[in-house]
Design a binder for this molecule. Structure first.
Ligand code: AMP
Length: 543
């Protein structure tokens, strides 16, 4: 009798148990062990906190929130680029049980109004301005439509100082009592997913979800209290606040904020000056850093590890990060906001091929499977299907949207990611693309990822994204958007065809090539292919 094919299913094992604590108790534990160690450094302002100092500021703010009558479960928004107050509020809300609502710093009044209303937010902590964003003006504009938002506190202004000062009326015992009333399964954070289409949905996450995910991300790259993590990715997104802050604090490591929002030179300067051991980024951030004219002048010898994640991590870029940025133990993570976020990750002792060409395998205590999207049956190893994940990391649900929750999480508690993937014999996962980005040309499925990886090997190409555009004959045709290497003076579709012919199946060779300076992006570094497809219609003169 022949054996049935091995199904695409794995579960991550570990002899390290899940943490059964609240986020607030976990901070207290780290402070007890590492109180004198440096916890947080804000490079732009030069401010620094030890763990003991961080806890003092966190608790002063937590008491201020309690003095203002904020109850456990109330929603408090944060709308700011990266700054120490973001982290302090993250932990203050966790200590006293309010649900922190992350508001994307790129939002404008329309989206702000939506998330304030949708989450039932009662207090908003906001930056005043950043670059071209006048947050105060936008908050004031939104307020008539958000009457339940009774309090707005501006970072760096007297309203912040007043909030902290109000906390003097609350005793240590009252705060401790509040903390003791919280459980790890309480919702503690709402993250509105970037949602490239439609209104954002509020992924609601518990202490247990995100504390454990942050902790195990840190375990995968062997964090200890000696690590110093440079975090140029936004706190409003799980990459910053979970894989950055929670991973750091659960290990007693130090968080380094290089700049309020991403700047390649400021990031590398922070690594050098603060002797960072770990650096995070979405692929385009690493590409920008490697592309700095004075890249060779930065002494990156302190680096050991780091994480690239958020979208497809090109193999060539990963190799350069290992070889030229001294990040021998860099990892790739894959996940999504709804799963806290990380579901699979490469391990530091995986071979270079697996560490650069796959998104690793199931995280400890997490199950992964790849299924036929139509039948839901796991496909044999090596075949493409939809990736699903299950475990402690799956969100509680979308805030106040049970119907949307039921579309994403099935009756057996599997989160359906909407990502196409393959799983190899050893359980390593390869992300092929979003189901929605799959291009079907003349009946052939083309995975943009595969074409992008190939085009990265072209000497004139620094960065590339491939999309499908409507075509009368083939249904869809491929279009490549390319960012050229410094010094390259152009690239035509003919040149690409010549380069690819004989090496790539004819139907995978882009018909159109568009040279651009940058791709439309979300602040979390996700290329907005929806917008590219809209723009492509205009570029190709099809209005
Ligand atoms: P978000 O919820 O905003 O973090 O977006 C999650 C989505 O980002 C996933 O569903 C994937 O499509 C994509 N993504 C995240 N990490 C990776 C990765 N390492 N490789 C490819 N795609 C990724």
């Amino acid at each position: 009798m022949t054996q049935p094919a091995l199904p695409s299913y794995t579960s991550g094992t570990s002899d390290v148990p899940l943490i059964g604590q609240t986020i607030g108790d976990n901070l207290a534990r780290t402070v007890a062990e590492h109180g004198a160690r440096e916890a947080l450094v804000d490079v732009p302002s030069g401010r620094r906190w030890t763990y003991a100092e961080l806890l003092a500021d966190v608790d002063a703010l937590a008491k201020g929130l309690m003095a203002k009558g904020v109850a456990a479960g109330d929603r408090i928004g944060i709308w700011a680029p990266n700054c120490p107050e973001w982290t302090i509020l993250q932990y203050a809300t966790a200590r006293m049980g309010a649900i922190l609502v992350n508001v994307n710093p790129a939002y404008r009044t329309h989206e702000l109004t939506y998330v304030v209303q949708q989450s039932g937010m009662r207090m908003l902590v906001s930056a005043v301005t950043h670059k071209t964003s006048d947050y105060r003006a936008m908050v004031e504009e939104a307020r008539p439509e958000t009457p339940d938002l009774t309090e707005v506190v501006y970072i760096g202004e007297t309203s912040w100082d007043e909030l902290v000062a109000a906390g003097a009326a609350v005793t240590d015992e009252q705060l401790a009592e509040r903390g003791a009333s919280l459980t790890p399964d309480d919702p503690i954070n709402i993250q509105y997913t970037s949602g490239t289409t439609g209104f954002p949905k509020g992924a609601t996450l518990s202490h247990h979800n995100i504390l454990n995910n942050g902790y195990f991300v840190g375990e995968m790259i062997r964090y200890t209290e000696a690590d110093r993590i440079c975090i140029p990715v936004p706190f409003y997104h799980c990459f910053g606040m979970v894989m950055g802050n929670l991973a750091a604090i659960s290990h007693g490591a130090c968080m380094v904020i290089p700049a309020p929002s991403f700047e390649p030179a400021a990031t590398l300067r922070a690594v050098v000056e603060e002797r960072c051991t770990s650096l995070y980024g979405v692929p385009t951030m690493f590409i920008a850093e490697l592309g700095l004219a004075d890249f060779a002048d930065y002494d990156l010898s302190s680096l050991r590890t780091g994480i690239m994640a958020g979208s497809t991590c090109p193999v060539e870029v990963m190799k350069r990060v290992v070889a030229e940025m001294n990040m021998a133990e860099v990892a790739i993570s894959y996940g999504m906001t709804e799963t806290s976020p990380v579901s699979t990750m490469t391990r530091t002792d995986d071979d270079l091929a697996r560490r650069t060409e796959t998104v690793g395998r199931s995280m400890p205590h997490i199950e992964s499977k790849v299924v036929d999207p139509l039948t839901g049956v796991p496909v044999p190893r090596g075949e493409t299907g939809e990736l699903c994940t299950r475990g402690y990391s799956v969100m509680l649900g979308y805030w106040d949207q049970p119907d949307k929750t039921a579309e994403a999480i099935d009756a057996a508690r599997w989160m359906h990611t909407g990502d196409l993937a393959t799983m190899d014999e050893a359980g390593y996962v390869n992300i092929v693309g979003r189901i929605k980005d799959l291009v079907i040309r003349g009946g052939e499925n083309v995975y943009p990822r595969e074409v992008e990886e190939f085009l990265y090997t072209h000497p004139a190409i620094a960065d590339v994204q491939v999309i499908g555009v409507p075509d009368e004959t083939y249904g869809e045709e491929l279009m490549a958007w390319v960012v050229l290497q410094d010094g390259a003076d152009g690239l035509t579709a003919d040149e690409v065809r010549e380069f690819a012919s004989g090496r790539l199946a004819h139907y995978k060779i882009p018909r159109y090539v568009h040279v651009t300076d940058a791709f439309p992006m979300t602040v979390t570094g996700k290329v907005r292919k929806v917008e590219m497809r809209e723009q492509a219609a205009q570029i190709l003169g099809r209005g």
